[in-house]
Design a protein around this ligand. Structure first.
Ligand SMILES: Cc1cc2nc3c(=O)[nH]c(=O)nc-3n(C[C@H](O)[C@H](O)[C@H](O)COP(=O)(O)OP(=O)(O)OC[C@H]3O[C@@H](n4cnc5c(N)ncnc54)[C@H](O)[C@@H]3O)c2cc1C
Length: 475
């Protein structure tokens, strides 16, 4: 009797401790928002204090760990993790450290989002100069991809960053600006977390302004002239975005444009400056859902969208509200499918011929393309991995695709063809997405990429900061 109790006790103890062991050592599989690169990593850490973060990094360096840095993980190519590596989640490192309304500067920790900054500065009628169209991203993640937005007067984010502090691969904290440790400035901005952890950043702010929306339909052949003569020449138009049809009936031909023109009625600013929520998410989500599964849905979505946006012509909106489009309507959860982004940059004078060639590819291939927006981005001669070799139109493509190996291969073939067409038109593509592009395409789009990876090894000889993007393209 006693013996059986003992055996039961031992077995029970073993079972419990085994399950606890599995609980404590369960494989930590990480995915970014693209969901296509699930990867087993060692640990996730987050910090709110600089000294704790620094001493943890020093210890990780001593232990020869590989470190990856993550913000909201909206990049889609494993840029925030590495097999068997340590992930630092920066989201809780998000304090506003200094805000000087008079000097119009703000210093924030890098896990802060644009939304955090907008909430702070909006009451003083100040605004950011450059950020993405959505405000959900972290400052560190946005700087590390050198993001761009709708304001047509600035280039990418690098134009508006004054300085930042960096925790390096030796565990030191240094200031980086155009005058201090200046070699690192154009490497870290657009450097995908490979040169260290951006701790905090100082931005120069601008005025919040009241805009009047100008919106109309246009044919793609008229768009470059319209943009150059009526948008770029008009000093009062501050921001611009366009949409291109992916509906079968009007594929890559019909467009509509939205310009944000400085309103004469500036004294009305306060009446419009309450930060808006996301009233449109549900209807937009519903129609995007229909467009996923049928050509009929795509035609419907295009017609409704066009009427809706063109119908906004004449409305007033503040800069801060124009810079906080929500992306909730894009949220998508499906067992076998996901939604991925691509972004292609083409010189303005190539736009029309480029679209004709892109259409030829898309007519032959099978790709569930849901949406294309068009932005303008000024030439960026500063960032080492600059995507804007000259003033360019940026086309952002939203694609619905399967998650299986076969589906990924199918999508890869089409995307590589689209990138070939883009390169033939002296274009380039954006790097925060799935690693569909070949190494040869990377070399052509980013002629300084070898220099970038050499300098990475110079500044981080032990390859402390790692991610899947580096693994893929630094060969
Ligand atoms: C719906 C959607 C809309 C988008 N719209 C735009 C747009 O309008 N314009 C545009 O330019 N881009 C756009 N993007 C791309 C987006 O800007 C990038 O994916 C951006 O990196 C997202 O920020 P994040 O906080 O999610 O960064 P993450 O994806 O978490 O990180 C991106 C990179 O930054 C590094 N990183 C993060 N924090 C730090 C830090 N503190 N120090 C050092 N490195 C760090 C990471 O290691 C990684 O390499 C869009 C993406 C999506 C999904």
């Amino acid at each position: 009797m006693k013996k059986s109790i003992l055996i039961i006790t031992i077995l029970y103890g073993l079972g419990l401790s085994t399950s606890l062991w599995f609980y404590n050592h369960k494989p930590l599989i990480i995915k970014d928002v693209g969901q296509l690169l699930p990867t087993k990593i060692k640990e996730v850490h987050s910090f709110t204090s600089e000294s704790e973060l620094q001493s943890w990094v020093k210890e990780a360096i001593d232990n020869e760990e590989k470190i990856s840095v993550a913000g909201m993980q909206h990049s889609q190519g494993g840029h925030t993790y590495y097999p068997n590596g340590m992930l630092i989640d920066m989201k809780s490192y998000n304090k506003i450290l200094d805000y000087n309304e008079k000097e119009r500067t703000i210093t924030v920790q890098s896990g802060a989002t644009w939304e955090d900054i907008q909430t702070k500065i909006n009451p003083d009628h100040l605004a950011l100069r450059v950020m993405q169209s959505q405000n959900i991203f972290t400052v560190g993640g946005s700087i590390s991809v050198n993001a761009h937005g709708r304001d047509i007067r600035y280039g990418s984010l690098i134009d508006t960053v004054e300085s930042f502090r960096l925790l390096t691969s030796e565990g030191d904290i240094i200031n980086v600006s155009r005058t201090e440790n200046s070699q690192l400035f154009p490497l870290v901005i657009g450097g995908y977390g490979l040169f260290g952890i951006i701790l905090d950043v100082t931005f120069h702010l601008t005025d919040d302004e009241l805009y009047q929306i100008r919106s109309k339909s246009i044919n793609y052949e008229d768009y470059p002239d319209y943009f150059l003569n009526e948008v770029k020449q008009n000093k009062d138009i501050r921001m611009h975005i366009a949409r291109l049809s992916v509906a079968p009936e009007t594929m890559l031909q019909d467009m509509f444009v939205t310009d944000y023109e400085l309103a004469e009625e500036h004294d009305l600013l306060s009446s419009y400056s309450k930060l808006k929520g996301d009233a449109l998410a549900s209807p937009q989500k519903f129609m995007l859902g229909l467009s996923r599964y049928s050509d009929w849905g795509k035609d419907l979505l295009w017609n409704v969208q066009e009427k809706f946006y063109v119908g906004q012509d004449g409305n007033y909106i503040t800069r801060n509200n124009a810079m906080r489009t929500d992306s909730k309507f894009m949220e998508y959860d499906h067992p076998t499918k996901t939604e991925t982004l691509q972004e292609y940059f083409v010189p303005i004078d190539e736009f029309t011929n480029y679209l004709d060639d892109l259409r030829t590819v898309l007519e032959k291939e099978e790709l569930n393309l849901l949406n294309i927006t068009v932005r303008y981005v000024n030439k960026d001669a500063e960032a080492v991995l600059s995507y804007a070799k000259e003033d360019m139109f940026a086309l952002v493509l939203l694609i619905n695709q399967g998650k299986s190996k076969k589906d990924i291969q199918k999508t890869e073939q089409v995307i590589q063809k689209m990138i070939d067409v883009t390169l033939e038109h002296n274009g380039s593509y954006y790097l925060p997405y799935y690693p569909y592009p070949t190494q040869a395409q990377m070399d052509e789009a980013y002629p300084r990429n070898k220099e970038f990876f050499q300098l990475k090894k110079q500044f981080d000889p032990n390859e402390v900061f790692m991610n899947l993007f580096y693994k893929e393209y630094s060969k």
